[in-house]
Design a binder for this molecule. Structure first.
Ligand SMILES: CC(C)(COP(=O)(O)OP(=O)(O)OC[C@H]1O[C@@H](n2cnc3c(N)ncnc32)[C@H](O)[C@@H]1OP(=O)(O)O)[C@@H](O)C(=O)NCCC(=O)NCCS
Length: 162
């Protein structure tokens, strides 16, 4: 798969907002409200300045396809989330991007544990995460949703076939 990650730059602000505000991206988020430009701009600037927050643009040879981001939520534990533009879906790009991001977090940031929180009904994302080696951690109830937490420990990060 000819895909790679590059660190997000200030110029990526509107591309990322467009994807964040896509109907299904909002629907699969705990906070489902549409994000205003001003709120996004503040958030994006703060993320770019935060060394414990990383945003990568998923690209093919020609164009940006989506993003994957990660935040260190406690020492050596990084939480991931991701989304693709509609035109880039269904071609396996995210599978590659998750595996690349996990490798970067483990090798460059010293991550020991990778986490993802997903609305339990989002079976595509749960499938993708498990394919990259994530396993179920626990289920919680938050703001009316059942949330599944999945984790991957660095020492057992070999992708598994699902
Ligand atoms: C989640 C998302 C990034 C998927 O990326 P993608 O690269 O298009 O994924 P693909 O369609 O290529 O692959 C999906 C996989 O799920 C499988 N799948 C499809 N429908 C499924 C279902 N209902 N249940 C389980 N698995 C399913 C596919 O067969 C494929 O598996 P495979 O790689 O083993 O063949 C994209 O749909 C998206 O941006 N969704 C909205 C945002 C979102 O939900 N983000 C998650 C927040 S953490």
């Amino acid at each position: 798969m000819n895909t790679w990650l590059r660190e997000a730059k200030p110029e990526d602000e509107s591309f990322i907002l467009e994807i964040r505000n896509a109907e299904d991206v909002r629907a699969w988020s705990k906070n489902q409200e549409v994000i205003s430009e001003a709120t996004h701009a503040r958030w994006f600037e703060s993320q770019l300045q935060d060394p414990k927050s990383l945003i990568w643009i998923i690209e093919d040879k020609i164009q940006p396809l989506g993003y994957i981001r990660s935040k260190e939520t406690k020492d050596r534990t990084w939480q991931l989330s991701f989304a693709l533009g509609y035109g880039a879906r269904g071609q396996g790009y995210c599978n590659t991007a998750i595996q690349q991001a996990c490798k970067l977090l483990i090798e460059n940031q010293g991550a020991q544990c990778l986490l993802a929180e997903v609305i339990s009904a989002n079976s595509v994302v749960i499938h993708l995460l498990k394919k990259s080696g994530f396993v179920d951690k626990r289920k919680t109830q938050e703001v009316g949703f059942e949330i599944e937490q999945l984790e991957l420990w660095a020492m057992c990060s070999e992708p598994r076939r699902v």
